[in-house]
Ligand binder design. Sequence first.
Ligand SMILES: [Ca+2]
Length: 311
Amino acid sequence: MDVFYPKRIMIILVSIFLFIVFNLAILLVWSRPSEETEQNIGEELSKTIMNKKDGSEMALIPSGEFSMGSSPAEIDALLKEHPITAKFFESEQPQHTVSLDAFYLDKYEVTNAQYQKFMQATGHPAPKYWNEVPALGARSDFPIGNVNPQHPVVGVSWQDANAYCEWAGKRLPTEAEWEKAARGGLVGKRYPWGDELSRAMANYGGFGGQDKWQWTAPIGSFPPNGYGLYDMAGNVFEWCADWYDAKYYHNSPKRNPQGPEKTSLRVARGGSWDNNFLNVYYLRCAHRFYARPSTKNLLIGFRCCVSIPGE
Ligand SMILES: [Ca+2]
């Protein structure tokens, strides 16, 4: 009898222990699929979203690393093709790895129609050249804002572009976001589609082939890049959020760089309808252009982006 009771208690204790272990195992097995489901939701972000405020379609730019700037080999090749000094390409160097969170970017440059909606909603003043452009001595007239709804808006300062993005619940892309988006997932290519400049792919200075435009072209007149973005090269330069510093790549942080401390210039990217002959290199993904933020000219427009909550 002395032996029996402890033995029985042992059996009961072992049974309880096994019961708990069994249930814990079941709990673990059940909880794993739910974790995977959460991850899947993260991986399956919509490729495209619609911004209700301005009606823009926006494309997902996935998270991850990319090479920002130009490599020495790329610069050497450019110097062989263009009568220009190495100094011109200094701001694109050193090429460096940048890691970005995912974000959405407007598929198209902001149009005159969208900008008009913004002006009507907020009372924001019209862009320069909205109603009239000075005589440019050309064979056709520049497509002014108020009667060319599908052309990209121009004549807007950095502050105008920033105000538009804020109204639409968006923001200007950082310079790093812009360059990653322009590259469209390609590695080490000059343009959003590859290495060869082509009038089948972009509106730049002059015309010929599918480039029928002396000035701006209606948005989306050329094929999109690998991320589904249109006109990342040519048509109009696009304001970016960052201040411009030619030496920024020497000490830019690796993760989500936000640009240098305040300077007197803002970054604008992508080249424009005006770039031809000796300055086609402005259309390259890596090219860093800039202007005073108050600049309002016929070359610079913009597009907006949004961060993804939780990214
Ligand atoms: Ca053109």
